[in-house]
Design a protein around this ligand. Structure first.
Ligand SMILES: [Zn+2]
Length: 151
């Protein structure tokens, strides 16, 4: 028997959909299609990179613009309530981003931060293609030690 009301079923469906189109999955899928193979969720790599490319000595972190308090980004607005809570949360996330960057750079690995805004909004399909292209070149041509891609 189906015990979910239509309203909560709708909510479930939209949660599932938003997980499927999360920036992490979108970029993983695009790079896979482009022929790259990578690791994810490998506990040997601190800081939980979203994609790990051992043969390129490179990791990619995909940052949600809200959670990582992306400065000057249209997708980041400081919440009006519970400001102390959010301030703490955002500083912790940003500190962690900086620590991750330093950790991998100290190991002579290259690091790429892809911000959600780089692939979000109008023409997102074209943006995804461009970001994929940029990452492919960066990986294969052993580009700069730190690459940041934002909208
Ligand atoms: Zn952003």
């Amino acid at each position: 028997m189906d015990t979910l009301s239509p309203a909560s079923r709708h909510l479930n469906m939209s949660r599932i959909r938003s997980r499927d189109t999360s920036p992490e999955r979108t970029i993983r899928r695009a790079l896979f299609k482009a022929g790259f193979r990578y690791r994810i969720c490998d506990k040997r790599y601190p800081g939980k990179p979203d994609l790990i490319f051992p043969r390129y000595y490179a990791v990619i972190f995909i940052n949600g613009c809200f959670w990582h308090a992306h400065e000057g980004c249209q997708y980041f607005r400081f919440p009006k309530s519970n400001q102390a809570f959010w301030q703490k949360k955002f500083s912790r996330n940003r500190e962690r981003d900086a620590e991750n960057l330093k950790y991998y750079q100290d190991q002579c690995w290259r690091v790429c931060f892809v911000w959600e805004c780089a692939i979000r909004g109008k023409n997102s399909r074209r943006k995804i293609d461009e970001v994929t292209e940029q990452i492919s070149r960066w990986l294969e041509e052993a580009g700069e030690p730190f690459l940041e891609i934002r909208g």
